[in-house]
Ligand binder design. Structure first.
Ligand code: ADE
Ligand code: ZN
Length: 342
């Protein structure tokens, strides 16, 4: 019997998986932050790794974002963006990640005077070099939903010369008073340009259910980031299943921005046949890469090894890749399970 009787940490860490909800700026570890600050002559309030870690005080999305954006000041040059992404790919590879479709926030950099091209070119070069680590990586350009729709439209225009380097569009930052409908025109134009579409539907937001309805019916996204609040609405569960939409859940992140990791909700959706996936969101801030998300979720939920394998299979199934590539990754999981020994 190759499946472990309970999903052990080693089994979950090395299980082949895709990471589909990862903000590359959220992988800025304290040591790299200090290194980049020194290199770029940026004055920081914190001088040691411990001081940087101590500054990570948040208990909801808004207080997290208030820590998150200022930290990005240390990212200045194309090389900085390259190094940040490469550091993530090394950790991803060590967590069994074979494929990632990862977010970046250009407006968090252009708003500080960093050229759009430096951001995209640095990240893109890293995605190419990720192949040497056994990780296939592509980029999703997110708009900041607390910025204007005009700013999003301007960045969509800026992206056109780089279209071959960007797989899709996303929407992140503070959901409060910034519903999906605010960006309907920008995302419609993005669809015409050939981008895949996803949007954050963060956990327990005011208007979560209406916002999820908008992303499905009005925006017609190809995936939903978070979105576990559909457990409150059976009609939304039905439509998510009918459309085969993936949900990119982030249990460790959930436990920082809400009271718990929402393991019960994720399990309910998994057992109902929704294509839920597990991801790390902003691992440098929430203290755990994707392997920890698999391990902590399995421990909290008590799901079986077979159910954890299903989650990993879901992660490839809802990637924006060809059916042939999906089949190859599914076969890779099957081979891993067949050869696993406790
Ligand atoms: N930006 C980085 N992480 C985010 C999250 N979990 N929700 C919204 N915006 C984010
Ligand atoms: Zn996120």
């Amino acid at each position: 019997m190759p499946l472990p009787t309970v999903p052990t940490d080693a089994f979950l860490l090395n299980l082949p998986k895709a990471e589909l909800h990862l903000h590359v700026e959220g992988t800025l570890e304290p040591d790299l932050k200090l290194t980049l600050a020194a290199r770029n002559n940026i004055e920081l309030d914190q001088k040691t790794i411990e001081e940087v870690e101590a500054s990570y005080q948040f208990n909801d999305l808004a207080s997290f974002l208030a820590v998150y954006y200022p930290a990005m000041n240390v990212l200045q040059t194309e090389e900085d963006f390259y190094e940040l992404a490469m550091a993530y790919f090394k950790r991803a590879a060590a967590n069994g990640v074979k494929r990632t479709e990862m977010f970046f926030d250009p407006q968090a950099h252009t708003s500080r005077g960093v050229p759009f091209a430096d951001v995209v070119n640095g990240y893109y070069r890293a995605t190419q070099d990720a192949a040497q680590l056994g990780v296939s990586a592509e980029l999703i350009m997110c708009f900041l939903r607390d910025f204007t729709a005009e700013s999003a439209a301007e960045h969509l225009e800026l992206s056109i010369p780089f279209k071959d380097k960007i797989l899709g569009l996303g929407l992140d930052s503070d959901e409060r008073n910034n519903p999906p409908a605010k960006f309907a025109d920008v995302f419609a134009k993005g669809r015409e340009l050939g981008y895949k579409l996803t949007m954050h539907c963060d956990i327990d937001q005011i208007g979560s259910i209406e916002n999820i309805r908008q992303v499905i019916e009005d925006i017609q996204v190809d995936r939903i980031d978070h979105g576990t609040n559909i457990v409150e609405n059976p009609d939304l569960i039905t439509v998510v299943k009918e459309k085969g939409l993936g949900l990119t859940c982030c249990p460790v992140s959930n436990s920082f921005v809400t009271a718990d990791m929402k393991a019960a909700e994720i399990t309910q959706l998994l057992r109902d046949g929704v294509k839920v996936t597990l991801n790390s969101d902003d691992p440098a801030y929430f203290g755990g890469y994707i392997g920890k998300n698999y391990i902590d979720y399995a421990a909290k939920s008590g799901v079986s090894s077979a159910e954890m394998v299903q989650i990993a299979k879901n992660s490839f199934d809802v990637c924006w890749i060809s059916d042939e590539q999906k089949a190859q990754y599914a076969a890779e999981i099957d081979a891993y399970v067949a050869n696993f020994h406790e």
